[in-house]
Write a protein that binds this ligand. Sequence first.
Ligand code: GLU
Length: 145
Amino acid sequence: MCGIVGYTGSQEAAPILLEGLKKLEYRGYDSAGIAVFDNNKIKVVKCQGKLENLVGRMADEGKPEGTCGIGHTRWATHGGVLKKNAHPHRCGKVTFVHNGIVENYRQLIEDYELQEQLVSETDTEVVAALLNHYYEGDAKKAIQQ
Ligand code: GLU
């Protein structure tokens, strides 16, 4: 099991995302990450292991500041427990988290020739690359496609 939490509002997102992920810890996880819309950029911080490690990463890399973001705890199904496999996954203009399994990920890689864009071993990143393939400024449209 694993978890996803999202926040958008008027408060700093990072502490709220961490708090939300903390509440989901009981579900079990092996890595964690957050993405925050920070000064017109999306800042991603992720780690292998427990949320304490994520807090440590934020201390090292700088806490993302912004009022909109998403957080994820991962239970690895595809790819080892490594920082590069932790979510969120970024591909071009798409930053993405996902719980579960993408059963046809190999077929998608082949059909859309996505292999060169992938840096992780996960099925999830394939969806980020696929959405990026279709994204032309309208997220809903890309998802529908
Ligand atoms: N299949 C994805 C992965 O291995 C998501 C696992 C999950 O549900 O956390 O990264």
